[in-house]
Ligand binder design. Structure first.
Ligand SMILES: NC(=O)c1ccc[n+]([C@@H]2O[C@H](COP(=O)([O-])OP(=O)(O)OC[C@H]3O[C@@H](n4cnc5c(N)ncnc54)[C@H](OP(=O)(O)O)[C@@H]3O)[C@@H](O)[C@H]2O)c1
Length: 191
């Protein structure tokens, strides 16, 4: 793998039925159930790196480790997009000594992922939309829980600035799996 090759990029989303990732006040933990979360841990273990945004770190303080049974042989690296250096020193992501946390101050997401063969994006609406706008997303794994958060909930994607349906990113569904009370929808990009 040489610097500059593009990795296979999976965008993981966990939402309510109506595509919201959090309440208006930012509360979002445990929208999806334990079966979905167990699958997400397996997916993390299957990727070389996880990419997130500083917004997610500040809102949720997640660990972003792969907690699988049996334990993963290697923890994926964590790439954090943080243009203004807002990362708290005591963030939980620094609590796993065997895992590398890489801070990226550049908004160039493709450059941030260079050098990896597979990256899973787990982030909020800003990073998810930026990844789509840059056409970096190859697959979407969408976990949908059977609850409704309403129009005041936070949408899964920020603005894409589309002016024509022809320009909307298109995906083809490749899987539909029940995960306890949730549904996992798998999509691949159609280019
Ligand atoms: N349900 C889920 O699957 C899920 C997953 C993750 C998060 N969330 C929720 O999402 C919410 C946070 O959303 P968010 O949109 O603030 O978080 P985010 O997308 O994780 O992070 C956004 C921040 O990343 C930084 N950034 C750096 N480079 C960027 C780029 N190229 N494009 C966009 N942003 C870039 C920006 O801050 P700077 O300008 O300061 O760098 C931006 O404000 C929280 O409520 C969290 O709970 C839900």
């Amino acid at each position: 793998m040489t610097q500059g090759d593009t990795p296979r990029v999976t965008l993981k989303l966990a939402t309510s039925l109506d595509g919201k990732i959090a309440l208006a006040n930012g509360l979002s933990k445990w929208i999806t159930g334990p079966e979905s979360r167990a699958e997400v841990h397996k997916m993390r273990a299957a990727h070389e790196a996880i990419l997130t945004g500083i917004g997610t770190i500040l809102a949720d303080d997640p660990e972003f480790t792969a907690r699988t049974e049996p334990p993963a042989e290697r923890q994926p690296d964590l790439l954090v997009l943080d243009r203004q250096g807002r990362m708290p020193m005591g963030a939980k992501v620094f609590g796993e000594p065997t895992r590398q946390v890489v801070m990226r101050a550049s908004p160039d997401m493709a450059a941030a992922m260079a050098g990896y063969q597979s990256v899973m994006i787990e982030a909020g609406a800003q990073i998810a939309a930026s990844a789509l706008r840059a056409d970096l997303v190859d697959r979407i794994e969408w976990f949908r829980a059977p609850l409704v958060l309403g129009g005041d909930g936070l949408p899964v994607f920020a603005e894409l600035g589309l002016e024509s349906l022809d320009n909307a990113p298109m995906f083809r569904r490749t899987g539909l799996t029940a995960r306890g009370a949730d549904i996992q929808e798998s999509y691949e990009r159609v280019r």
